[in-house]
Every structure is written in C-alpha cells, then in structure tokens.
Design a protein around this ligand. Structure first.
Ligand code: 4NP
Length: 154
C-alpha cells in the first residue's frame, strides 16, 4: 500500500499546492501519494494562485491541474502524514482530531528542518513574487528532508 502524505495551508492555493508539487516530484509515485488541502473553504475548486504556478514552473514542476479542497476529519483516515504550513493550520487540524492516533499524524512541515522550533512557512498571499520564491526555497529544503525521513521508515 502507498504511503499517503497531505500538505495543509489556509487557502490551498499558495503554499500547500507548492509543497504537494515539490514533494511529489521527489518521490516514486508507485510508493507514495501526495495531496494538499486548506483548513478554510475560501477557495474550494480553484486552481493554485498564478504566482505559485509561476514559481513551480520556473523549477520544472507543473501544479496547474490541482484544485483546492478543504480539510475534513476523514483525512485522518486517508493519510499517514499530515504537514501543516503554520501554527494556525496546525491548531485548526488538531481541533478536529478524534484521538491520539489522529494527533500523531500531524507535524509542522518545518519540524523537518528545525525540530521543536515551531517554525512557520510564511503566508505569501499578500506578498510580492519574492515571497513566493522564498516559500519555494523553504519548501524545497523541507521536502528534501521529508523524503529522506520517509525513505528511512518505508
Ligand atoms: P495559502 O495562502 O494558505 O498558502 O493558500 C492564502 C490564500 C488565501 C488566503 C489566505 C492565505 N485568503 O485569505 O484568501
């Protein structure tokens, strides 16, 4: 069975679509499934923000086929690892956890770079293109570490 990973942000149009595209590009699709969603319902059904699409394309990743969805409790059953981008997303997800098994699946994505520091991927929605470049670089580093961690376990 494939290991399933879920990237989570607020709107599912800026950060988590990039995180999904980057991690999926590094993993064997016959062994891993990567998806993303938002904790809000603001942009359900929409494609990623054009600035996320552009920075992904610059690094050879196509995220144009993604469509925003909202996190639901059933995602705890479907996914093995759930990576929120910031503490607010983390709190929103944990508020829906039913038990310790659910809670154990959730970890801030930047724990993969700096354990126990509670670092956040900055929300680039109101920023310039530089903000998206910065998010891409942070997520690329995090996904390299997550890949290593997943391959050590699986
Ligand atoms: P994301 O960015 O959570 O990285 O997708 C945002 C997208 C939309 C909004 C906020 C953050 N919004 O308020 O609509």
């Amino acid at each position: 069975m494939k290991t399933k990973i879920l990237m989570v942000c607020l709107g599912n149009i800026c950060r988590s679509p990039l995180a999904e595209g980057i991690l999926a590009s590094k993993l064997d699709p016959s062994k891993f499934e990567v998806a993303s969603c938002g904790t809000s319902n603001y942009h359900i059904g929409k494609k990623p923000d054009n600035r996320s699409i552009a920075v992904a394309k610059k690094y050879g990743i196509d995220i144009t086929q993604q469509k925003a969805t909202q996190f639901t409790t059933s995602d705890f059953d479907r996914y093995d690892y759930i990576y929120p981008m910031d503490r607010s997303n983390l709190e929103n997800i944990l508020a829906l956890a039913r038990n310790e098994e659910d809670t154990a699946k959730v970890q801030l994505i930047l724990e993969s770079i700096a354990p126990n520091e509670q670092l956040e991927v900055p929300d680039p929605y109101y920023s310039s293109n530089d903000g998206f470049e910065n998010v891409y670089k942070i997520l690329n580093k995090a996904c390299n570490n997550i890949k290593r961690q997943l391959q050590n376990i699986n």
